[in-house]
Design a protein around this ligand. Structure first.
Ligand code: HEC
Ligand code: HEC
Ligand code: HEC
Ligand code: HEC
Ligand code: HEC
Length: 489
């Protein structure tokens, strides 16, 4: 009778006869317990470090699988080529017909099945936790720390800080999953070989059409009517005077259950299709817009003087690259990576109390300091701190000597206004990533709504200020309209 230990011994001897198998077996045996323990720890959320995941899933996991393949290859192809030849039908029949051979083979099968099951178990477990790791905010935002720092920082400070990166960048479905993993591997190489662009290019040309991602959570057809938008600002005077701009924003709707599409979200009504043609990568210079109305009629707007250029491009067949169907991201291009202007950054900190409004001239001084060039965040913070301390000691000695905490708080707030929006390592300067939501520097909505895109019949896309909003107050102290809404008049 053959003992089970003999089978194991035969198996081990088999492996030892091939160097390839032996190395493979040592690799798998050593890695197995490490993978098991790490995957369990990860499942329980004990470790929260993107590099831990990298070592487990991108290094040890693949090594384990390579080890298994080596055991297999070594056993069957490298050493025992002639032995594989032994496994003929006749040989197996002979073995199985005798009781000894049968017991031997049965035990072999048992051993092989047990080992295979164990391996399938660990490989599935690690694939499952590894999949979640590559979809995690930690991997996307923190693993390539310097490269993704700007995106991660702006994301953390945005309304979407609890939405995972992959929900906007990948979304559901197998096709985009595969695309994203391929593009992700390319990006890992770009980081490893230091070939990525600084700053990262925008717009993201391979971004999934936003309607398939944003509309997982938002339904613009259900918005309706107008919303009140209040912007808090502070003037660069001694009192940092607080002023407000109040707009009645015609947020509108994509139309739902018989209600008509109207206002700003009219563009995304299912029955309106807008495509546009641009000549630059940044989608700033829009030369042609075509709108298909619900009744199927099409109107085409051309930028003044560009009709011939566009027709020439058509004739040469060279326009396809720059044609795009308008979707959410053509306005909401910064839903989460929101970079503010120097003014906005300081206004936000002042409005939230992170910078004390009571410190004279802090808006003016802050603005002067954060708009200078610095080689790194560290230098910027040092310079901001020393300059502010020196200025206030000179100009308002009593105020700061009696209340150092006030100045310290202001310094921290001004430093944050800088480090949250400017990233010298990635060469991101103020206003590099522009928002299209609105009309800063005649960009955004005014790329089309500028009265200079017209149809052959002379129709234009309206630039009338009341198309999109009604301005109720502009940079006013305690605006009348807010006082009456609050019942103060
Ligand atoms: C709410 C949706 C959303 C979330 C969540 C999100 N992004 Fe983005 N991301 C976008 C959009 C939209 C763009 C810009 C697309 C464009 O203009 O083409 C973008 C652009 C980028 C870019 C290109 C640079 C730029 O700013 O244009 C990078 C890199 C990026 N995202 C990484 C991340 C990372 C890392 C995370 C998670 C920490 C993340 N994103 C989370 C929507 C999102
Ligand atoms: C997984 C769900 C999810 C996805 C996907 C998502 N969002 Fe959001 N979005 C939210 C939540 C939740 C909020 C509200 C956050 C709050 O009120 O603090 C929000 C808020 C917003 C706001 C209002 C921001 C503000 O200043 O109050 C806008 C605009 C927006 N999202 C646009 C987008 C766009 C554009 C996309 C696609 C690129 C998108 N969202 C994708 C969940 C999502
Ligand atoms: C033509 C430009 C444009 C398009 C296209 C557009 N939006 Fe908006 N959206 C706006 C503007 C402008 C606002 C209001 C101003 C602001 O939030 O600062 C807004 C507001 C919102 C809000 C906040 C609503 C609120 O009541 O405060 C959400 C959420 C939103 N949009 C989601 C979307 C989604 C999802 C899509 C795509 C299906 C989309 N938008 C397409 C311009 C647009
Ligand atoms: C790619 C070009 C394009 C951009 C960018 C664009 N629009 Fe439009 N918009 C149009 C076209 C085309 C029309 C329809 C004009 C017509 O019907 O004559 C329109 C119509 C509108 C209308 C009127 C809708 C109605 O009720 O009929 C509003 C409001 C509007 N846009 C707001 C905005 C806002 C706000 C932005 C920026 C956040 C913006 N648009 C950006 C092309 C654009
Ligand atoms: C096509 C739509 C559209 C048209 C036309 C338009 N605006 Fe706006 N405007 C917007 C949007 C959207 C915002 C909000 C931007 C934001 O959320 O930051 C805005 C914001 C503003 C603000 C506040 C800016 C700030 O940050 O304080 C002012 C002031 C303003 N618009 C003035 C005008 C004037 C004046 C006109 C006419 C010459 C005009 N707008 C035409 C869409 C439009």
């Amino acid at each position: 009778m053959i003992k089970f230990t003999d089978i194991v011994k035969a198996f081990v001897v088999g492996i030892c006869r091939s160097k390839v198998s032996l190395i493979g077996a040592i690799m798998t045996t050593v890695i197995f317990p490490v993978l098991l323990v790490s995957a369990i720890l990860d499942l329980q959320g004990v470790v929260d470090n993107p590099y831990f995941g990298f070592v487990i899933y991108m290094v040890l996991g693949p090594l384990f699988v390579i080890g298994l393949v080596m055991v297999f290859l070594g056993l069957f192809f490298f050493k025992g080529k002639e032995e594989v030849g032994l496994f003929t039908f006749e040989y197996l029949k002979g073995q199985l017909s005798g009781p000894v051979g049968f017991a031997r083979i049965r035990k072999f099968i048992f051993l092989a099945t047990a080992l295979t099951l164990m391996n399938i178990f660990i490989v599935s477990l690690v694939s499952y936790t590894g999949y979640h790791y590559t979809e995690s905010v930690g991997f996307c935002g923190q693993f390539c720390h310097t490269v993704m720092e700007p995106e991660f920082t702006t994301y953390k400070n945005s309304p979407h800080s609890r939405v995972h990166c992959v929900e906007c960048h990948i979304g559901p479905g197998a096709q985009w999953f595969v695309k994203s993993k391929m593009s992700g591997s390319r990006q890992l190489f770009a980081v490893a070989f230091n070939t990525y662009s600084r700053p990262i290019e925008t717009p993201v040309h391979g971004l999934r059409p936003a309607r398939e991602t944003c509309e997982q959570c938002h339904r613009p057809e259900l918005f309706h009517g107008e919303n009140l938008y209040i912007k808090d600002k502070f003037l660069p005077d001694e009192k940092n005077t607080h002023v407000q701009t109040v707009l009645l924003m015609k947020v509108g709707s994509g139309g739902y259950r018989g209600s008509e599409a109207h206002g700003i979200h009219w563009h995304v009504a299912p029955e309106n299709k807008i495509t546009y043609r641009h000549t630059d990568r940044g989608r700033e210079n829009i030369v042609e817009i075509s709108l298909t109305r619900p009744d199927g009629t099409q109107v085409v707007f051309h930028k003044e003087g560009m009709q011939k250029t566009v027709a020439d491009a058509d004739a040469a067949g060279s326009h396809e690259e720059g044609v795009r169907v308008m979707d959410c991201v053509d306005c909401h291009n910064r839903p989460t990576h929101i970079y503010l202007s120097p003014n906005e950054a300081l206004d936000q900190k002042l409005a939230q109390g992170e910078i004390p409004v009571s410190l004279p001239f802090i808006k003016k001084n802050g603005l002067r300091l954060i708009t200078q060039d610095y080689p790194s965040h560290e230098e910027a913070k040092n310079k901001i701190a020393t300059e502010l301390r020196a200025w206030y000691r000179n100009t308002y000695p009593d105020l700061v000597n009696n209340n150092m905490a006030l100045l310290d708080k202001a310094i921290a707030g001004v430093q944050n206004a800088y480090v949250e929006n400017v990233f010298p390592e990635m060469r991101i300067v103020w206003n590099f990533y522009k928002s299209f939501l609105g009309h800063r520097d005649d960009s955004g909505c005014f790329r089309c709504h500028d009265d200079s895109h017209s149809t052959s019949a002379g129709e234009t896309i309206s630039a009338d200020c009341e198309t999109c909003h009604i301005i109720l107050a502009e940079e006013e102290e305690a605006p009348e309209v807010l006082r009456s809404l609050r019942g103060l008049n």
